[in-house]
Design a protein around this ligand. Structure first.
Ligand code: ADP
Ligand code: MG
Length: 265
């Protein structure tokens, strides 16, 4: 693979994500029970649901960290899962999965930064490791992205020297360095002290308004109302209700959605 230039790295097209009839079991426990979901380019989708409802598993299936037993996922029309072909399930190659995953950013609840690398190297490492950029270009890109998330002054720090909110902003810059067509967030603020939540939500909001496709699992209902194009409520591995925040959050039609919202609001 040839290294990309900084210009092409900055020039990223927002992706479409399609989840088709995804079923996932752990042993006999059905965790996802026929999920269909389409996220259009630049759309911000917020996923809500009680603990254990399958939200993290859904994100992990989209990123191909988990394989669905039935159904498949595509990102920009490219299959990244298991396709049902008549009765046969067709697997796709590990190489194709890796290539696809390289276009999907993933931000975890607990940041998952490399403790032994500086902030700059945490962000620069993936484009180098995947052969997309040479080391000087990757470091230049990392600096630009760290400035974007407000950490231009902390490039030489180690993760342990940062607050949780700062670490999460580094994790977001790291996701951006992969030039993702979509970024998946799994409860990005739930491990943070309350006073640090706002700085992370502000960075996510900046991405939302700049047209990146985002899928965000969060319990921050006010934030969801502010930035979501669509809210998806999941319970028991099924989509119970979805629509714009003005419908799902303010006038939920389903009893289970009302019950959940009355507990988190
Ligand atoms: P959520 O993110 O909505 O809280 P998860 O997707 O993490 O829910 O989990 C859904 C269900 O799947 C839960 O009952 C959880 O215990 C179970 N589960 C998740 N991961 C695994 C796993 N690796 N092995 C077995 N069960 C799992
Ligand atoms: Mg979860």
């Amino acid at each position: 693979m040839t290294a990309e230039t900084l210009e092409t790295v900055a020039d990223v097209a927002a992706a479409t994500v399609e989840v088709h009839d995804v079923h996932k079991w752990y042993g006999t426990h059905r965790v996802l029970d026929g999920i269909d979901l389409t996220v259009r380019p630049g759309e911000v989708t917020v996923i809500l649901g009680p603990s254990g409802s399958g939200k993290s598993t859904l994100l992990r299936v989209i990123n191909h960290l988990e394989k669905p037993e039935i159904g498949y996922v595509s990102v920009n029309g490219e299959l990244i899962g298991v396709k049902r072909q008549g009765e046969r399930l067709k697997e796709i190659s590990e190489r194709a999965i890796l290539a696809q995953r390289g276009r999907i950013g993933f931000v975890f609840q607990n940041f998952n930064l490399f403790p032994h690398l500086t902030v700059l190297d945490n962000v620069a490492i993936a484009p180098v490791a995947t052969g997309r950029l040479g080391r000087p270009e990757a470091r230049q890109l990392a600096k630009t992205l760290l400035e974007r998330v407000g950490l231009g002054e902390r490039v030489g720090a180690y993760p342990r020297q940062l607050s949780g909110g700062q670490q999460q902003r580094v994790a977001i810059a790291r996701a951006l360095a992969l030039r993702p067509g979509v970024i998946l967030f799994d409860e990005p603020t739930s491990a943070l002290d309350p006073e640090l939540v706002g700085e992370v939500l502000a960075v996510i909001k900046d991405l939302a308004t700049s047209g990146t496709t985002l899928v965000i699992v969060t319990h921050e209902i006010g934030f969801a109302r502010e930035i979501a194009d669509r809210v998806v409520f999941i319970d028991g591995g099924k989509i119970i209700e979805q629509g714009p925040p003005s419908e799902v959050l303010d006038r939920p039609r389903q009893e289970r959605t009302r019950d959940f919202l009355s507990k988190v609001l």
